[in-house]
Write a protein of this length. Structure first.
Length: 73
């Protein structure tokens, strides 16, 4: 897969690589493997570049739903 860079801006390239790998794999762990970095390093870059990663919010809402179900049982 080729990625077309608009400029030689390193921060922009890093963000683009992170976003592309996350979209391609759908997993932080797999995206990190694809990039050759740890999942912790990828999480730091997601925060650094303010990348909107839906898995984090989806996981939080799923956790909240399961907690609510546990309390109601």
């Amino acid at each position: 897969m080729r990625i077309q860079l608009e400029s030689l801006n390193l921060a922009h390239a890093e963000r683009l690589l992170c976003e592309t790998s996350l979209q391609k794999t759908g997993s932080i762990v797999e995206a990190a493997k694809l990039l050759g970095i740890t999942r912790h390093a990828l999480k730091r870059r997601i925060i650094k570049h303010a990348i909107d990663w839906p898995r984090a919010s989806a996981g939080s809402s799923m956790l909240a739903a399961s907690s609510t179900e546990s309390m109601m049982s």
